[in-house]
Design a protein around this ligand. Structure first.
Ligand code: UT7
Length: 331
């Protein structure tokens, strides 16, 4: 039998505390105007002291499960995308597994920084299509506030904390489980496309780690180079995803991009010829929440009724590694 991974529901969670650009400008040599113009960010949510990545992930997962009318015990695969786990080990996913009441199956973390959600989605999709799991929770959750150098204005203004989750279910299909012309109208994940290029390891990284120096470290980034590569690589992977399914940019109902910079998002929208109303934007309120940005944006746009069943949704992201990827979903 062939299976297709269909999205049943989404959920998102943002910590209560909101930090505006003006608040940052009180202690940092920056301005609200610079941050808005260069990035599109107005504010970000920051986790409370003692509020961990697992706490955000559990809240997003519980909301997604409630929306799907399911319990944790109905899930047999949990994949958590995060670059800010609670502990070096075990995987934060296992903590989330216990807290949502998921008794069996497998839970593990995926680490691809800002592309983490696309990597987790691709992994879950392949498990479900292979018949190795029935229902998956795919979560992106981050507390980047803990790995920011709050004296480095070039990075600390860009990120926020949050979590988003999707429940996916394996559905038997009428035939074509693979990508291709005959299957792009059937609901579910149509295809995912992952890439990495370790030659660019050093342009976006954290200067600590258990093996490196025993510290958790701080995020370091060559912003301009990351920006340039994001534009180039995302364009290529989006073309790859459309071509693999025999689809054109005009078929896209929603672009749900990683939220790193409004200028990158606008550039992709223009390249695809999409009007602004078809592009889901959260960066103004959430900033860059790394692996959480795409599932948070999906939860918002599905939750308020913008994304409707049967519509074509394009997701894409690029992050440290560098890693990048895209996915096409018939919602
Ligand atoms: O999610 C993973 C992927 N991440 C990304 O895709 C991020 C990609 N990169 C970017 O979004 C942009 O490169 C940034 C927003 C990080 C920076 O924007 P930029 O237009 O590339 O600015 P820049 O780094 O070239 O800096 C321009 C100027 C510099 O001053 P000088 O040298 O021209 O005097 C910076 O020192 O802006 C200065 N600057 C700031 N000024 C006020 C840098 N950060 C700030 C700041 N406030 N927060």
């Amino acid at each position: 039998m062939n299976f297709r991974a269909q999205v049943l529901a989404c959920g998102g969670y943002l910590p209560e505390r909101i930090v505006t650009n003006d608040e940052l400008a009180r202690t940092l040599d920056t301005t609200d105007a610079w941050i808005r113009q260069r990035t599109g960010i107005r504010q970000r949510h920051i986790a409370a002291e003692g509020e961990l990545t697992s706490d955000l992930a559990v809240k997003a997962a519980e909301r997604a499960l409630a929306a799907a009318h399911l319990k944790g015990s109905d899930i047999d695969l949990l994949i958590l995308a995060t670059a800010t786990p609670d502990n070096t080990f075990p995987a934060t996913a296992t903590k989330v597994q216990a807290r949502i009441g998921m008794k069996g199956g497998a839970a593990f973390d995926v680490q691809a920084v800002c592309s983490g959600f696309i990597y987790a989605l691709a992994t879950a999709n392949n498990f479900l299509r292979a018949g190795q799991a029935k229902r998956a929770l795919v979560i992106g959750a981050e507390t980047f506030s803990r790995i920011l150098d709050w004296n480095d204005r070039g990075t600390c203004v860009l990120f926020g904390d949050g979590a988003g989750a999707l429940v996916l279910e394996a559905k038997a299909t009428n035939g074509h489980a693979g990508t291709g012309l005959h299957s792009n109208m059937e609901r579910g994940v149509l295809s995912t496309h992952l890439h990495s290029d370790g030659c660019n390891y050093g342009i976006l990284y954290v200067d600590g780690g258990p093996s490196l120096n025993g510290r958790s470290g701080y995020l370091r980034m060559e912003g301009k180079e990351v920006f340039r590569l994001a534009v180039e690589r995302l364009a290529a992977v989006v073309d790859e995803a459309l071509a693999a399914n025999g689809l054109a940019a005009t078929d896209i109902d929603w672009l749900v991009p990683h939220q790193a910079n409004k200028r990158i998002i606008d550039g992709m929208g223009r390249r695809l010829g999409l009007p602004a109303e078809k592009v889901v934007v959260t960066i103004d309120r959430h900033a860059n929440t790394s692996a959480a940005s795409v599932p948070l944006a999906l939860a918002e746009a599905a939750g308020d009724g913008r994304i409707q069943p049967g519509q074509l949704v394009l997701v894409e992201a690029m992050g440290g590694g560098i890693t990048w990827g895209a996915g096409l979903l018939r919602w």
